[in-house]
Design a protein around this ligand. Structure first.
Ligand SMILES: *Cc1c(COP(=O)(O)O)cnc(C)c1O
Length: 436
């Protein structure tokens, strides 16, 4: 069984994390080194998580109650909840499928005199070109909060030069994970100082709690190794249980950072030590292999499968997303063939405020409903990627034919989803088969 995603951390890192729970360098040194990763300008804050940092940021900004925060319409649930808990109104800005970035028209429409900031997330390991958003946001005096949680790429990307805050996550499922931790780059020194001050009063996560986390993820790394995962899958199937609900829930349970009340912590010394190690050993360009594997699968799928965000200039393939009409059905078929496809359960399309239903992010919601993450990472041999691609294409073709025979009056090529979906050609990059 090819697992949906692999933990981006090695056994030696986990061992180092364990060791750091017993002994680590002085905290001040660890923090200083991590915070100087991109620049020596003292513009970066190490936090317990991106969500902790975002919560800290909103405390420091003290926007008036009912201020509106724009969100590019897809993000993790936690981020949206944090804004609400601060008495702010999250307002969605719908996306376009080719980039999964906020469309400028939607952005313009969403802005009111109460709008204070925009949170823009780079999704799936792609990097948006933010120039247009930045221009528009600046013209309206909005703070630009850049969510780079899925977009870590070493020194190759330190956030857009004009964003006010850029947030990088080293949470358990993220690239270069330290099983938690985040770096926030903050342009305004006064804002950074306020955040530092508030954070200094937080309790530190205990070494013991971090030790437990390391052990849990070591366990998860074993469970999600190919042979063990295949066994578990078989066991659940034999028992007639829904594997998705049973295993995934426990995996997800391990992977969350706990409830939102548990945000107001400082990272433990051990977590900082592990983060330091991950950053120190990181080689820029080391995501090229992963990106290469993604491009290989992309070529094998060709232009018959919709790949969201494919038109973005940079794609490091943190995950490999496709959009299909019936993801649950395809997930079942893929699993039977040894590919653990999955959805993104912790993501959410931001709901429109009650009094502005016209802002409902139809495209983002539809994309999330159709989203399927395919296993795709270095280590999967070409033959397996090919088998996976062929399987996906076969399932889609089957569905197409069934649809055609169910509705004899409609043309056989009618596969139009309920929302306007660009073909892969429209999404860019892929030369049309019929062109020329
Ligand atoms: C993971 C993620 C977060 C949250 O990061 P944590 O460090 O786990 O709090 C925020 N935004 C996006 C887009 C993410 O993928």
């Amino acid at each position: 069984m090819w697992v949906r995603a692999r933990l981006h951390i090695g056994w030696s890192d986990l061992a180092y994390g364990l060791w750091s729970c017993l002994h680590s360098a002085p905290r001040a040194n660890l923090t200083r080194r991590a915070e100087a990763y991109w620049s020596s300008q003292d513009d970066t804050l190490a936090c317990f998580s991106v969500r902790s940092g975002f919560d800290l940021l909103l405390q420091a900004l003290t926007f008036p109650q009912d201020s509106e925060i724009l969100f590019s319409a897809l993000n993790v649930k936690g981020m949206i909840k944090i804004a609400r808990r601060h008495g702010l109104v999250p307002v969605p800005v719908d996306l376009d499928i080719p980039h999964m970035g906020p469309s400028l028209e939607a952005l313009e429409r969403a802005i009111t005199p109460k709008t204070r900031a925009i949170v823009v997330a780079h999704l799936f390991g792609t990097r948006l070109d933010l120039d247009g958003v930045v221009d528009l946001a600046k013209r309206h005096n909005l703070l630009i909060l850049e969510d780079c949680a899925q977009a870590f790429d070493g020194h190759l990307y330190a956030g857009h030069p004009d964003s006010d805050v850029a947030m990088f996550s080293f949470g358990p499922l993220k690239t270069a994970t330290a099983l938690g931790g985040a770096l926030l780059r903050i342009k305004d020194p006064a804002l950074l100082a306020r955040m530092r001050q508030i954070q200094a009063a937080y309790p530190k996560q205990s070494r013991g709690a971090f030790l437990v986390r390391i052990l849990k993820f070591a366990g998860l790394k074993v469970v999600t190794s190919r042979p063990v995962f295949a066994l578990i899958h078989r066991f659940f199937r034999a028992g007639g249980k829904d594997y998705e609900d049973s295993i995934s829930n426990s995996v997800r349970g391990v992977a969350t950072l706990g409830s939102n009340k548990q945000l107001r912590f400082q990272a433990s010394d051990a977590m900082l030590a592990l983060l330091d190690r991950r950053l120190g050993l990181w080689r820029d360009g080391s995501l090229e292999t992963r990106a290469g594997t993604g491009e290989e699968l992309h070529r094998l799928l060709g232009d018959r499968v919709v790949q969201p965000a494919i038109a973005n200039p940079i794609h490091t393939y943190w995950v490999f997303p496709i959009l299909v009409d019936e993801p649950r059905k395809m997930i079942r078929k893929l699993r039977d063939a040894g590919f653990d496809g999955a959805n993104l359960p912790r993501s959410e399309a931001v709901a429109a405020p009650d009094n502005r239903p016209e802002l409902a992010p139809e495209i983002a919601r539809d994309a999330l409903a159709k989203l399927l993450i395919l296993p795709c990472y270095p280590g999967m041999p070409h033959a397996e990627l090919e088998r996976e691609a062929n399987l996906v294409l076969e399932i889609l073709e089957d569905d197409r034919q069934k649809q055609a025979s169910d509705e004899p009056s409609s043309p056989t090529t009618n596969t139009a989803p309920s929302q306007p979906m660009p073909t892969a050609q429209e999404a860019g990059r892929i030369p049309s088969r019929t062109a020329g």
